[in-house]
Design a binder for this molecule. Structure first.
Ligand code: 4AD
Ligand code: MG
Length: 457
């Protein structure tokens, strides 16, 4: 159906006086003796279009006034009677789709909790429309940033035989019948589709390194899968992952890139999504805009793991999990560091090698690796990255210490054999970033159909 976007009708002063057709869903209906008002949304703008109906010249089908009904309206664009922008004087209203009263998106029942149970309809609400417009703007800005900075866009495979994080959190990919019986695990996998145990990738990093060690600067931006049993507001079984990888880069350049990227993304969102940010500021996180402006214009903190532990140890009596040198940081520690101590994003660096992945560059102290996590207020870890171990023998030793077989990583090891170079990169959790810029507190509310433990609606 040929129609004009509501955004254009609302904002384009040049449209005043023109006859147009618009399509959309009814968001409100108000009636009075002579005139009635319909507010329509078609997803193109945050603000809705007010349609003015002169009841003396147009009879209105009551179905066209129901919340959630879809309609097409022909009319003349006029300057809004009140406020800025334009409205539409209706000449003809056509019902496209009825919306009966059991429509679940009613004004009084729209808590995020409730809406999580109807993922296919929740996008009709202001909150979710705003989330997904911001998410789209963020994705576009990510590609723009890397394109402008000379990075090639790489698509890493999603099915893999190697576990990048070595944490055994891979979903298995198989075509075996559910009751297949074999004498041994080896027999079982030999008979499977790939002839070996295969799974969904937890990260595109290993392939990203392959590409960076030839093309220089690359990034991947795609889904990663984690079968971790953490039913938290920050974990999904399927999330989108932004992973740049840079040849000849050491840890300080990795940190610089992460900070520059985040600031660029935040500035883009502030520029492009003003209405959405104003909405979140008002209804979701008071002070959001100021927070984002501040973050975009101030320096992030940097703190070594060892320093972080000595700060945290002083507060051990207040933590559920007291820390000592060697402990992994829990969410409560991450939040304390970024929210209470530094009050801004903070890169924690140089973690004990035992609590980090095999591929991280081993520092000269023999105890730590050149890794970094970026912690942000409200969320905790949003980025995890490192310089990579470029020395073949050290890498092999780290793998042996973790009981990892070399066969599945032969190509990865070859990168250290043939013209090895220092290199590094990081992974940004895309949903966690969207949470950060919208103030939304549950990761299930920033992705279309969230997948998590016992949840695949
Ligand atoms: O810290 P992670 O596990 O690091 C990696 O996967 C590296 N291979 C990345 C790299 O260096 N190229 O994950 C990176 C980020 C985390 O900081 C977090 O933001 C996000 O990915 N993330 C998740 N987001 C949602 N749900 C999950 N289950 C996530 N696991 C990680
Ligand atoms: Mg991590």
């Amino acid at each position: 159906m040929k129609h004009t976007d509501i955004k254009t009708v609302l904002l384009d002063a040049g449209k005043v006086g023109e006859d147009v057709a618009v399509c959309g869903w009814v968001r409100t209906f108000r009636d009075s003796a002579q005139v009635a008002f319909l507010e329509l949304s078609d997803g193109t703008s945050f603000s809705r279009l007010q349609v003015v109906i002169d009841k003396s010249s147009l009879t209105l089908d009551p179905e066209c006034t129901k919340l959630g009904a879809s309609v097409a309206v022909k009319g003349k664009v006029v300057k809004a009677y009140k406020g800025e922008g334009n409205e539409l004087n209706a000449q003809e209203i056509l019902l496209l789709g009825k919306c009966p009263a059991e429509y679940p998106i009613q004004k009084k029942r729209t808590t995020l909790d409730f809406l999580r149970g109807i993922p296919h309809l929740r996008l009709r609400t202001n909150t979710f429309q705003a989330v997904f417009r911001v998410r789209s703007a963020a994705a576009q800005a990510i590609h723009r940033y890397f394109h402008e900075h000379g990075f090639y866009y790489i698509n890493a495979p999603l099915i893999t035989a190697s576990d990048c994080e070595g944490a055994g959190e891979m979903f298995r990919v198989t075509t075996q019948p559910w009751n297949a019986k074999y004498a041994s695990e080896e027999e079982y996998f030999k008979n499977d589709f790939f002839g070996v145990k295969a799974g969904l990738s937890v990260s595109g990093q290993l392939e990203g390194e392959v590409a960076a060690c030839a093309l220089g600067r690359i990034y991947t931006f795609g889904p990663s899968f984690r079968a971790e049993n953490s039913n938290t507001t920050r974990h999904l079984a399927e999330f989108w992952h932004v992973e740049p990888e840079v040849a000849f880069a050491e840890l300080p350049e990795v940190i610089e890139l992460a900070e520059d990227l985040l600031k660029y993304l935040i500035k883009s969102i502030l520029d492009e999504c003003g209405e959405e940010i104003a909405f979140f500021d008002k209804f979701v996180e008071n002070g959001l805009r100021e927070k984002l402006e501040h973050v975009a214009n101030s320096e992030f903190a940097v703190c070594s793991y060892t320093e972080a532990i000595s700060i945290l140890e002083k507060k051990n009596s207040e933590f559920k999990f007291p820390v000592h040198w060697g402990s992994d940081l829990q969410s409560e520690h991450e939040k304390y560091l970024t929210e209470v101590v530094f009050k801004r994003p903070v890169f924690v660096t140089d973690y004990p090698k035992e609590i980090k992945s095999f591929y991280m560059k081993q520092n000269a102290d023999g105890k730590t690796v050149a890794a970094t996590d970026l912690l942000v207020p409200g969320i905790g870890e949003i980025i995890g990255g490192s310089e990579r171990e470029a020395d073949l023998e050290k890498l092999q030793t780290a793998m042996r210490e973790r009981g990892m077989g070399e066969a599945a990583y032969a190509q990865y090891l070859d990168l250290r054999k043939f013209g090895s170079v220092p290199h590094g990169g990081f992974g940004l959790g895309f949903e966690r970033f969207v949470m950060y810029v919208t103030g939304i507190e549950n990761i299930r509310d920033v992705t279309l159909f969230p997948r998590s433990v016992k949840n695949i609606m």
